[in-house]
Structure formats: structure tokens, C-alpha cells
Design a protein around this ligand. Structure first.
Ligand SMILES: Cc1cc2nc3c(=O)[nH]c(=O)nc-3n(C[C@H](O)[C@H](O)[C@H](O)COP(=O)(O)OP(=O)(O)OC[C@H]3O[C@@H](n4cnc5c(N)ncnc54)[C@H](O)[C@@H]3O)c2cc1C
Ligand SMILES: NC(=O)C1=CN([C@@H]2O[C@H](COP(=O)(O)OP(=O)(O)OC[C@H]3O[C@@H](n4cnc5c(N)ncnc54)[C@H](O)[C@@H]3O)[C@@H](O)[C@H]2O)C=CC1
Length: 498
């Protein structure tokens, strides 16, 4: 067995952000050694336009590229396009779909995650993970008149805002939108943006439903449909044409505090004699029961039933661990991810993991938590390579600074959104207070304070506060004496703390 440990190259499985970043860093650290990157997809995802916005805030695009681009940049990286079928960790060997096998010295698993669908194997329930699934969604949307989006996180927030020309029923378990990122206050701020943008907006308070009828579609430029499959960056939907066949701009119907109870196919539904609801498409109050026959019917736990063309299950992801588990006893975390320690090691010798496939099981910084995001996939891939390099030289390294503070920059409803630290007071119990500053349609600033120290923040809009707040959270300065001044728009707090 000893022999297996030292022969063979470094091997990385997965051509997503985590895997590509890990392979690149290994290639830089060991320019004279072969690095094998094995991936099931014909393209790899590369980080482009990387910008270190501040100490921990970073922004970048994600671009799908042919593997030759990576091999040309790093001559000691060899990309093999084939799925891994099995791992025999005892033998330090992986077996491929294409029949080949590869011995490894050290292995990093970066096989990502897959959509956690509310119902597997139903052709009317779509998940979105990558370009292929996004294109399939776009194709289905072109001919859809009404769809249901289930889930209240990143994908749902983006889709609800971007989809035009198709009625959208948005079913969420929570009482307010965007629960994975926002509290009720921020949700209200964002919902009002959705309302204010649609001239005929109105809210039907039946079961706290928002019915947003949009203005007739102005000429406006359609999203570029020709460059699908290019940058998968935070504007992954930007390259898609998320427009249905109808001529109105938006028609969103939000059903809160409910889940999908049952999904019926058309034939099955006909025999139930149940009555599907229509939502007032043209403000016609009398339209309460749908006359159309839909391919699929969805019964929600609040008793309402809607016909629609298909559902999007934007209900989270589950780590892609299965091809590797067979015959290997990895320690798994509750969320199904491969447990990794502070050196990105899994429970099996010489096997590391990074990105969506893993679950961080080290003692985290008090203001950091894992979230399956591009930013963390890149940071983990980079750090795992450093750990593998150090380990092969016989030592370990300190935790990378990027895990000191949770920091995420993104865009929702066309607002810049910055999330820092314990932005929703995660794990702080009731022992914290919130400070808020909000100008409707402009900015929403929420700060989470505990014992006079800043623990987290939600910044929506161009607030220019991210760097100052990042420093205040990192240095844990006692801010009690500043009180409300901290958010006083007339006080330039940057001067206070510069
Ligand atoms: C629609 C959507 C929008 C998103 N938007 C954002 C955003 O705006 N900002 C953000 O920060 N995050 C966003 N995310 C999350 C982000 O995409 C993921 O966190 C990130 O891509 C994870 O990277 P990864 O390398 O771990 O996994 P992935 O990118 O999933 O890569 C996994 C790789 O492993 C390969 N693979 C899988 N199984 C095998 C196997 N058996 N053998 C060989 N290879 C295999 C796959 O082919 C793929 O190349 C979004 C996710 C989705 C689905
Ligand atoms: N701009 C950004 O930062 C974006 C980030 N992402 C990331 O990509 C990954 C996938 O995105 P999402 O699928 O949106 O995951 P998510 O984790 O962001 O949201 C999942 C949502 O589905 C809900 N949910 C789970 N099971 C459900 C059920 N059975 N019924 C109803 N609701 C259910 C959850 O409560 C949550 O609101 C996530 O890690 C997310 O953070 C995705 C899109 C944009």
C-alpha cells in the first residue's frame, strides 16, 4: 500500500470553479509535475475578470471554456473528459467511464452538487444547474404561458425578476421572499421594487398573495439569446432569453407559507373533479376558476391548485458524492457533503475535497459560514491546492484569510447586494440587535450588532459601505459609543474609522 501513496500525479475531479482553481494552483506549485484534471463535462468553468474588491470581497465572472484553453495556459495540466465511475481509495486509484484508471498521489474531489428537486423523474419539474439545464429551461419557457417556481433562494429570486411574457406563480414556504439571503424587511424592500416597476401593479391580499400585472411589454431590447453557453457568471441568466410568448412584461403571483403537496398530470387531474384556480390575468375579478387545460396541475399545501406548463424546482442543491462513496467510507455531513477539516482533507488519506461537494467541518470564524457559491468554490479550490502542496512537503498551513469573514457580492432585482458575516444573525440567538437604514427604491442597510460589535450586514443598493463594514466586522471594534451615528447618512463614517 505504501507504494500507491507516492506514485502517480496530483488528480483533481471536476471541471467547475473549484476543480479548475485547484488544478491551476497545483500546476503553479508543481510546474514540473503532471496535474490531471478529470471532468464529466465537455467544457471547464474558468474564473475571468477577477477583482479583489476589498480584503475578502471579490467579484469575477465564470466563463465556460474548452479544456485546451486551460492546457495552453498550464502545459503541465492534462484535462481528461470522462466521468469518474468509481474510487478505490485503498489503492489510490480512480476508474473512469471510458474504461481507463488513474493512480493518484493526492486527489481532490470537486464534483459539485446537483439540484435537489421536489420530485425526481417528472418531465414537468425542471432543475437548473448549468448551461445545458439553463438552455432546456429557456426552450421550455418559449412556449409556456404559465409556470410555477418553487423555492425562495438565489435561483428563484433571479428567475422571478428576469422572466417576462409568461405568468409566474411563485410558491414559497416562508412568509416573505428571498429567505436564504434576506429578512422580512429586506424582502419588503425588494418586493416594493417589483411592484413599483410594474405600472399596473396591485396586491391581492388573499392569503398574502402579491399579484403583479405588468405593463404591456414596451419595445425594449430582448436579452441576447445568441451568446448562451458563454460566461456563466453571476448574470448566468443574462445570456438567456427568458421570455415567454405572451405580450405583457410581468405577471407574478406569490403564494406564501406553502409547499407543493401534489403534482397531477392532465389526465390524472381530470378525474379528480378538483377546481384549479386562475389568477386574475386581466384584472377580471370574475376569473377565479381556470378554463384552460394545462399539462400539469400543482396542489399546494394551502389548498390552492394551479394549472401550469411546468415547474422550476429552485429548491437547493445536494452534493455530488455518489459515484465516490461506493466502497469508500467517507465521513458525510448532515447536508450530504464530504466532511473536510481545516486542511480540506476528507476522512480518507490523501483525498481532499473543495466546492459544493464538501461541507466545511472545521471550527469556523465567528463571522463565516459555508454557502454553496462561486466565491467559496474558488476560495476552497485555491486553498485545497495549497494544503495538498504543503502536505506533500510534509507540513500544514494556516487557514486562508478568505475564511475569516463571509462575504458575498451579487445582484438581485437589479440591485447590488453585499452580504457580510452573520448577515441574518445566523447562530446569534436573540442576543443581538439590528440597526436599519432604508430609502425605498434606493438602499436598504441592515447591520447586526452583538455586545457593541458588528457581526454582519446586508447592503442593498450602491451604499459604498462594504469596505468600512468589512473592516469593522474583522477588527471587532467596540462601536457602542457611536450608536445610531453608525448609520447616519449625514455622517461619513469612513472618516471615523480611516
Ligand atoms: C443557476 C445557478 C446560478 C448560480 N448563481 C450564482 C451566483 O450568482 N453567485 C454565486 O456565487 N454562486 C452561484 N451559483 C452557485 C455556484 O454555481 C456553485 O456554488 C459553484 O458553481 C460550485 O462550483 P463547483 O466547482 O463546486 O461545482 P460545479 O460548478 O457544479 O462543477 C462540478 C464539476 O464536476 C464535474 N463532475 C461531476 N460529477 C463528476 C464525475 N463523476 N466525474 C467527473 N467529473 C464530474 C461536473 O461535470 C463539473 O465540471 C449558482 C448556481 C446555479 C445552479
Ligand atoms: N446570486 C446568487 O448568489 C445566487 C446563488 N445561487 C446559489 O446556487 C445554489 C442553488 O440555488 P437555489 O436552488 O436557489 O438554492 P438556495 O439554497 O439559494 O434556495 C433553496 C430554497 O428552496 C427552499 N426549499 C427547499 N426545499 C423546498 C421544498 N421542498 N419546497 C419549497 N421550498 C423549498 C429553501 O427554503 C430555499 O428558500 C445555492 O447554493 C445558491 O446560494 C443561485 C443563484 C443565484
Amino acid at each position: 500500500m505504501e507504494a500507491a501513496r507516492s506514485v502517480g500525479p496530483f488528480v483533481v475531479v471536476g471541471g467547475g470553479i473549484a476543480g479548475v482553481t485547484c488544478a491551476e494552483q497545483l500546476a503553479v506549485n508543481f510546474p514540473a509535475e503532471d496535474i490531471l484534471l478529470i471532468t464529466a463535462s465537455p467544457v471547464i468553468k474558468a474564473v475571468t475578470n477577477f477583482k479583489q474588491v476589498s480584503k475578502v470581497l471579490e467579484e469575477f465572472d465564470v466563463e465556460e471554456q474548452p479544456s485546451t484553453v486551460l492546457e495552453n495556459r498550464f502545459p503541465n495540466i492534462k484535462v481528461i473528459e470522462s466521468a469518474v465511475k468509481q474510487l478505490k481509495s485503498e489503492e489510490h486509484c480512480i476508474f473512469m467511464e471510458d474504461g481507463h484508471r488513474h493512480v493518484y498521489k493526492k486527489l481532490c474531489l470537486c464534483a459539485g452538487a446537483k439540484p435537489k428537486l421536489i420530485c425526481e423523474g417528472n418531465p414537468y419539474v425542471l432543475g437548473i444547474r448549468d448551461t445545458d439545464s439553463a438552455q432546456e429551461f429557456q426552450k421550455q419557457l418559449k412556449k409556456a404561458k404559465r409556470i410555477m417556481i418553487v423555492g425562495n433562494g438565489g435561483i428563484a429570486l433571479e428567475l422571478v425578476y428576469e422572466i417576462q411574457g409568461c405568468e409566474v406563480i411563485w410558491a414559497i414556504k416562508d412568509k416573505a421572499i428571498g429567505n436564504t439571503f434576506f429578512d422580512a424587511g429586506a424582502a419588503e424592500f425588494l418586493t416594493s421594487k417589483l411592484m413599483s416597476e410594474k405600472s399596473e401593479a396591485k396586491i391581492a391580499h388573499r392569503r398574502t398573495i402579491y399579484t403583479i400585472e405588468g405593463a404591456r411589454k414596451e419595445s425594449g431590447s430582448k436579452a441576447r439569446a445568441d451568446n448562451v453557453g458563454s460566461a456563466l457568471g453571476p448574470d448566468w441568466h443574462g445570456g438567456l432569453d427568458l421570455k415567454g410568448p405572451e405580450e405583457f412584461s410581468h405577471s407574478i403571483h406569490i403564494e406564501t407559507r406553502c409547499e407543493v403537496k401534489k403534482i397531477y398530470l392532465q389526465e390524472e387531474f381530470k378525474i379528480t373533479k378538483k377546481k384549479p384556480l386562475a389568477f386574475p390575468k386581466h384584472q377580471d375579478k370574475s376569473v377565479t376558476v381556470d378554463k384552460e387545460m394545462w399539462p400539469v396541475y400543482v396542489e399546494l399545501t394551502n389548498g390552492t391548485i394551479y394549472g401550469c406548463d411546468f415547474l422550476v424546482s429552485a429548491t437547493g442543491v445536494t452534493p455530488n458524492v455518489h459515484p465516490f462513496l461506493h466502497g469508500n467510507n467517507f465521513d458525510l455531513a448532515e447536508d450530504g457533503g464530504l466532511k473536510v477539516d481545516d486542511q480540506m482533507r476528507t476522512s480518507l488519506p490523501d483525498v481532499y475535497a473543495a466546492g459544493d461537494i464538501c461541507t466545511a467541518c472545521w471550527q469556523p470564524s465567528p463571522v463565516w459560514q459555508q454557502m454553496r457559491l462561486w466565491t467559496q468554490a474558488r476560495q476552497m479550490g485555491w486553498y485545497a491546492a495549497k494544503c495538498m502542496a504543503a502536505a506533500s512537503l510534509g507540513h500544514s498551513i494556516d487557514m486562508d484569510f478568505s475564511f475569516e469573514l463571509f462575504a458575498h457580492v451579487t445582484k438581485f432585482f437589479n440591485y447590488k447586494v453585499v452580504l457580510l458575516g452573520k448577515y441574518n444573525a445566523q447562530g446569534l440567538g436573540s442576543d443581538h440587535e439590528l440597526m436599519l437604514r432604508c430609502t425605498r427604491g434606493q438602499e436598504y442597510v441592515k447591520v447586526v450588532m452583538q455586545n457593541g460589535r458588528m457581526m454582519g450586514a446586508v447592503l442593498i443598493g450602491e451604499t459604498d459601505l462594504e469596505e468600512t463594514f468589512e473592516n469593522l466586522i474583522l477588527n471587532q471594534m467596540d462601536l457602542s459609543s457611536y450608536g445610531e451615528d453608525l448609520l447616519d447618512p449625514n455622517i461619513d463614517i469612513e472618516d471615523y474609522f480611516d
